[in-house]
Ligand binder design. Structure first.
Ligand code: HSE
Length: 325
């Protein structure tokens, strides 16, 4: 990890015995900003409980809610591997022992930043346990490394909003340059997860490496329009900017009923509709909770009529990121 070592000294007497953390799910891309925009939601999210133990090392005590899909081997599990990295970075990996309970409250491979929420929860927990030797900015590169371990690519558009809260812009990847954007108060997400598995790794492989200049021009116009709309709290500008001409046409084929769901959301008055992260969750970004709820309900009803199981979540944008429970 290429960082300057300006970390606080750890006071071993002040290390906590246990800490329980909630870390939020995220809607990466925010429709038009592939790999650079994302926002956190109040729910769902994951919980991490971390215990200080006498024997040095990092171990997974238990994982629940994952249907047995995540590795409990501490070297292979993303959360424990990232916690280990932080302990090594702080130079205390031989002195500290921690055990981790991971409680998943959201489906894996859903496009809701499931691995990011767990990683951010784990890193926020170890930092809290140790008395916050690192700032959030200093923790972020470790979170990105977790994303790389989880899906083979270190994009930051899930981990940044999960850690920082709110809406974040990844202005640059190397070095990381993350900007928190204003959050218009009435912005709500009506999220529906059709129960089909779309691993981020696969969804990324589908995307074309090259794009047409005219499409790039449309896309960066939309991204700039969205950012201006957020600063101006101009919902009409936000609405007409949230269109994705680069990624959605390719990924939509992985999501059952995508274009019908889109029509339903827009007819229900959503500002925009699109894929959450790499899918298959979809999101009706709306002005006000009622519209978001209504859009999500109608989408879910349609999926039920098509005999496709789904979950739905309606949430405002989460402002603060992880929290101690
Ligand atoms: N920006 C990433 C993607 C998010 O769309 O592949 C993955 O959750």
């Amino acid at each position: 990890m290429n960082q300057n070592k300006t970390v606080k000294k750890i006071d071993f007497d002040k290390i906590l015995n246990t800490v329980r953390v909630f870390a939020p799910a995220t809607v990466a891309n925010m429709i038009c900003g592939f790999d650079i925009l994302g926002f956190a939601v109040d729910y769902p999210g994951d919980e991490v409980v971390m215990y200080r133990v006498a024997t040095p090392g990092v171990r997974i005590r238990s994982i629940t809610g994952d249907d047995g899909r995540l590795p409990v081997d501490a070297d292979k599990n993303t959360v424990s591997a990232c916690v280990q990295m932080v302990l090594e970075y702080l130079g205390i990996s031989k002195e500290i022992g921690v055990e981790i309970e991971l409680i998943k409250h959201m489906p894996i491979g859903s496009g809701l930043g499931s691995s990011s929420a767990s990683t951010v929860g784990g890193l926020f927990a170890i930092n809290s346990l140790l008395g916050n030797p690192l700032t959030k900015e200093e923790l972020l590169p470790f979170c990105v490394e977790g994303e790389r371990l989880a899906c083979g690519h270190g994009h930051a558009d899930n981990v940044a909003p999960a850690l920082m809260g709110g809406i974040t812009l990844i202005r640059g990847q190397h070095p990381l340059d993350v900007i928190k954007l204003p959050v218009p108060e009435e912005l709500y997400a009506g999220i529906v997860f059709p129960k089909v598995d779309v691993p981020t790794r696969d969804a990324r492989q589908l995307i074309k490496e090259k794009v047409f200049l005219r499409d790039a021009v449309t896309q960066w116009g939309n991204i700039a329009g969205l950012i201006a709309g957020l600063y101006e709290r101009d919902y009409a500008l936000i609405s007409r900017s949230m269109h994705d001409v680069l990624i959605e046409p390719t990924r939509a084929i992985l999501i059952p009923e995508f274009y019908t769901m889109k029509q339903i959301a827009l007819d229900a008055g959503a500002l925009s509709f699109g894929i959450s992260g790499s899918g298959p969750s979809v999101v009706a970004i709306s002005r006000g909770e009622e519209t978001a709820k209504n859009a999500a309900n109608l989408i879910q009803k349609h999926l039920t009529d098509c005999e496709i199981d789904s979950f739905k979540y309606v949430s405002p944008v989460n402002i603060n990121g992880p929290k101690i429970l």
